[in-house]
Design a protein around this ligand. Structure first.
Ligand SMILES: [Zn+2]
Ligand SMILES: [Zn+2]
Length: 313
């Protein structure tokens, strides 16, 4: 058994008390704690995460990585693997508030256009009555008064709280989308609710581009498509074999994007003296590629494990 150092504890504490963190923030905390830049010492960084996860697993928590589907940024967070709503949402939310939240994520997940959001108006009009569990409704149980009396202003207040806690987010257009905490924590739920996966990364395609062919359900995240196009010129849909519509993304845009991402990763909290060595290692594209792949495969493995344990219950 590994004994965690104060450094491990500081990283866990930061993720728990400040909620899921963007990669940049988490990396700079890592640098502050260890004096190392995770961009250059990927192996050490991964070892920390592995050691932390070993210990967290005893209490059914897990440090997870995923992408914010709305801006494509990588995020880290500690999630509770015991999947009942009360323990996930803590004691903070009441039963009708949780029902309201579930109604919203269901509406977002069911969106066939994969916009990943619903309007604020639609959110406020979610009916809590629909959230009474199937066993209860089959036994003709009455709608609990707490559900019936849940007012519009209570809904508005709950929306604000859920956004603040990163269970939901407000998109640039002012709509309501899934927060990063939901994206980290509800992976197996999204799978079990038949949200089609992105064909590139295999994560649920909540906010994604759709194949335009009628009857073809293939989805790809915009950031996954950009990454793909930075490596090759075209993309055929694996579902229907037709060329994927690229009108919105040009090849040069995709390459620019990929390079910007690498650059910002490289420069994150790097002391000047180390810059040269770093650039060299980043110039080696295979190394960079494999570290990306290992990150992706880690999160993929997590997701699969979660799904399996979800089924076995
Ligand atoms: Zn994807
Ligand atoms: Zn297709």
């Amino acid at each position: 058994m590994v004994t965690l150092s104060w450094k491990h504890h500081t990283l866990i504490q930061a993720l728990i008390s400040r909620g899921p963190l963007k990669e940049k923030e988490f990396h700079s905390i890592f640098t502050g704690v260890t004096g190392r830049n995770p961009g250059t010492v990927k192996k050490i960084f991964d070892k920390y995460l592995l050691e932390i996860n070993k210990e967290l697993s005893y209490v059914h928590f897990e440090l997870k990585v995923c992408r914010d589907q709305y801006d494509g940024q990588v995020c880290y967070g500690v999630v509770n693997n015991v999947s009942d709503d009360q323990s996930k949402l803590g004691t903070k939310y009441s039963v009708p508030q949780i029902a309201f939240f579930k109604g919203i994520i269901e509406a977002i997940a069911q969106d066939e256009a994969a916009q990943g959001c619903i309007s604020g108006f639609d959110a406020l009009n979610i009916r809590l009555e629909n959230q009474i569990s199937s066993e209860a409704s089959s036994s003709q149980q009455q709608v609990p008064p707490a559900f019936r009396n849940f007012s519009m202003s209570q809904k508005e207040k709950t929306l604000d709280e859920l956004v603040r806690d990163k269970w939901l987010c407000r998109t640039r257009e002012g709509n309501i989308g899934l927060g990063i905490r939901s994206l980290l924590d509800l992976r197996s739920w999204l799978r079990n609710n038949d949200v089609p996966s992105c064909e590139v990364c295999n994560e649920a395609g909540v906010k994604a581009d759709l194949c335009p062919t009628d009857g073809c359900n293939v989805r790809i995240h915009k950031y996954c498509l950009k990454k793909l196009l930075s490596q090759r010129d075209d993309k055929r849909c694996s579902g229907c074999g037709k060329p994927w519509p690229l009108s919105k993304i040009t090849k040069s845009e995709a390459v620019d994007e990929a390079m910007n991402e690498e650059e910002s990763e490289t420069q994150a909290a790097a002391p000047k003296s180390k810059r040269k060595r770093q650039l060299r290692s980043h110039g080696d594209s295979t190394e960079n590629g494999s570290s990306q792949a290992s990150l992706a495969s880690t999160s993929g493995a997590n997701a699969r494990r979660v799904t399996r344990s979800g089924h076995s219950r």
